[in-house]
Design a protein around this ligand. Structure first.
Ligand code: NAD
Ligand code: UFG
Length: 339
């Protein structure tokens, strides 16, 4: 199948490319490298021994996007491109609406121009907001608490409307929980710019000595050990979920939102302990006040993914930490330094 991959050079995109190429698909990546490096794509080629097309471009540029998609003749799109920093989205909301919402509208219009009717979209568990009940199932009310989450909810609605208006269209909205880890080779991984916002890359940078200690944001939540509990999902499992979702778009028309998680919560302290096992030394941390906007517990109901996609997570927290550590310890500066 010919698959057009926006944001393919990013963290989740690069891991998904490995799986798509290994499965024999023909790929065109469309990325502006605003939060990624061409080096990630070079490594994907090395890992798979497969080549693919690359168009350096911005999804806000409707004509460049349409040209690329029509020329490639895509059968399906996987749409990763977007900005994802929750804090930044409150400071620069219009940038997020323009990039994530307008960019996605341009993609759907470009798909119409190319006669492409299948899409898998990177949504987020953040669309649920505060938990009314746990685990989060796909029918949980949508009430995001920040501009980033609102852009994801808006794009979900837009894709739903597009699919209803487009004969034979098929869309899967994958609501990722907390993606972590790296490819088992350690050649590709998560390479955040500046100070990491998320827990796992922060722990990894403390483990390698780039940062002195982790701040644990609160130990007075109503959880097993008082620290926040999340559903961490191995990025390689997540990549496989995209293949299963693409497959599904070939079998069923319409639009489905589907959670991608393990269904199990892990606390901050439990993740730190697992990382210590992986790297073989202790991770320094201090307890600091809660981070505004954080919820105590988030984890996924996984039945719909199993039922519709035949997919479930296979890799555990030790595999997540071991792969993260292999990536971090062999690429201390991420893609900035070739290992
Ligand atoms: P990432 O930043 O590593 O990858 C995003 C890619 O999109 C980058 O290569 C970036 O250069 C590209 N991009 C951004 N804006 C673009 C534009 N206007 N035009 C072209 N390319 C553009 O992020 P990721 O972690 O791989 O996330 C991929 C998607 O999954 C995002 O849409 C994100 O919102 C969503 N998501 C991520 C997480 C997470 O925790 N990583 C959780 C839920 C959802
Ligand atoms: N945490 C710390 N210290 C840190 C970073 C995080 O203690 O330095 C804690 C948080 O308080 C939380 C847990 O670690 O309890 C996980 O925090 P992350 O920032 O890694 O992840 P979140 O669950 O807050 O949010 C992430 C993404 C969102 C996405 C959401 C659901 O940042 O974009 O997962 O997919 F929407």
């Amino acid at each position: 199948m010919k698959i057009f991959v926006t944001g393919g050079a990013g963290y989740i995109g690069s891991h998904t490319l490995v799986r798509l190429l290994s499965a024999g698909h023909e790929i065109c990546v469309f990325d502006n490298f605003s939060n990624s490096s061409p080096e990630a794509l070079a490594r994907v080629k090395q890992l798979t021994n497969r080549d693919f097309a690359l168009v350096e471009g911005d999804i806000r540029d409707a004509s460049a996007l349409t040209r690329a998609l029509v020329e490639f003749g895509a059968d399906a799109a996987v749409h990763f491109a977007g900005l994802k920093a929750v804090g930044e989205s409150s400071e620069k909301p219009l940038l997020y609406y323009e990039n994530n919402v307008s960019g996605s509208a341009h993609l759907l219009a470009a798909m119409d121009a190319a006669g492409c009717r299948r899409i898998v979209f990177s949504s987020s568990a953040t669309v649920y907001g505060e938990a009314q009940c746990l685990p989060f199932d796909e029918d949980h009310p949508i009430a995001p608490t920040n501009p980033y989450g609102r852009t994801k909810a808006m794009v979900e609605g837009m894709i739903r409307d597009w699919s209803a208006a487009t004969p034979d269209a098929s869309a899967v909205l994958l609501r990722y929980f907390n993606p972590v880890g790296a490819h088992e080779s350690g050649r590709i991984g998560e390479d955040p710019q500046g100070i990491p916002n998320n827990l796992m890359p922060y722990i990894a940078q403390v483990a390698i000595g780039r940062r002195e200690r982790l701040s644990i944001f609160g130990d007075d939540y109503d959880t097993r050990d008082g620290t926040g509990e999340r559903d961490y999902i191995h990025v390689v499992d997540l990549a496989d979920a995209h293949l299963a979702a693409l497959d599904y778009t070939g079998r069923a028309a319409g639009c489905e939102a589907i959670n991608v998680g393990t269904g199990k919560g892990i606390t901050v302290k439990e993740l730190v302990a697992a990382y210590e096992r992986a790297c073989g030394h202790s991770i320094a941390y201090e307890i600091t006040p809660r981070r505004p906007g954080d919820v105590a517990i988030s984890f996924a109901a996984t039945g719909k993914a199993r039922e519709l996609l035949g997919w479930e997570a296979a890799l555990n927290v030790d595999a997540m930490c071991a792969s993260s550590w292999l990536w971090q310890s062999t690429n201390a500066e991420g893609y900035g330094e070739t290992a």
